[in-house]
Design a protein around this ligand. Structure first.
Ligand code: MF3
Ligand code: CO
Length: 249
């Protein structure tokens, strides 16, 4: 399938979707505290999504049961909200959410430390976040897709972290997942040429230890094989003639 090009008007609709998604993230961020459950966050997010008149993009997607993915510690992605899972000091929590607004998807994830992080956790979060912004900087007209991928890989592997290979970013628009896949590893100067109007969900998933992951018997939750903590940051980004534009801001 070809990589779809969005018109400026379509990008504005995606920006609107992304802005509402940011409001959802901002609404629940202060609730990421010791003692809260991931189901508390899910309920709050769903009520905010309803209030905004948006649709939760993940809910019902291949049978996924919730608006949020809430992935704690060694969980990499696709952790499911659970009313028995109580957050505690020292945990890290990735919150991933997507919306559909006026037919257009937006997708964004943030990883938070619960309480005061150790230096090792701060480093994992800081490096993973920095790799997302380094990748976004590579989303330039005339560049190549794997310039984005290499930016993540180079930065994170230089710090000794493991880059997850099994899950990747993606094109996004009238569907949550469009071409191209956006891996977090690759060779600079390779891959499809980047063009104005492409919109990508760029989402480094980075393990403090080895890169290998496996999926739990619940069929969704991906965890690190070595038990190391994993971080995940994601933005929906439009490639334009005036440079990359983060739509989920
Ligand atoms: N950000 C994730 C993705 O790009 C979210 C999908 S979770 C699912 O695939 F539950 F919807 F599958
Ligand atoms: Co995504």
């Amino acid at each position: 399938m070809a990589i779809m090009i969005k018109s400026p008007a379509e990008i504005e609709k995606m920006r609107h979707s992304g802005r509402l998604l940011r409001q959802v993230h901002e609404y629940i961020a202060p609730m990421v505290v010791a003692g809260a459950t991931t189901m508390d966050l899910e309920r709050a997010a769903q009520s905010k999504i309803d209030e905004l008149g948006a649709l939760a993009a993940f809910k019902g997607y291949h049978g996924y049961p919730a608006a949020l993915c809430t992935s704690i510690n060694e969980e990499v992605v696709h952790g499911m909200p659970n009313d028995k899972r109580v957050l505690k000091q020292g945990d890290i929590l990735s919150i991933d959410c997507g919306l559909i607004v006026d037919g257009f998807y937006s997708d964004a994830a943030v990883t938070y430390a619960v309480g005061t992080p150790t230096p090792a956790i701060s480093k994992l979060l800081d490096v993973t976040r920095a790799s997302l912004y380094a990748a976004i900087e590579e989303a330039q007209v005339g560049g190549r897709l794997f310039d984005i991928s290499a930016a993540v890989q180079d930065l994170c592997e230089a710090q000794g972290f493991g880059v997850v290979k099994e899950f990747v970013g993606h094109g996004i628009g009238r569907n949550m997942h469009e071409d191209p896949q956006v891996p977090n590893f690759g060779t600079r100067g390779k891959g499809p040429r980047l063009k104005a109007g492409m919109v990508l969900a760029i989402e480094p998933m980075i393990n403090a230890g080895k890169p290998e992951v496996r999926v739990l018997p619940d069929g969704w939750t991906a965890v690190t094989v070595d038990g190391s903590y994993s971080a995940h940051f994601e933005h929906t980004v439009a490639i334009t003639n005036s440079g990359p534009q983060i739509l989920t801001i």
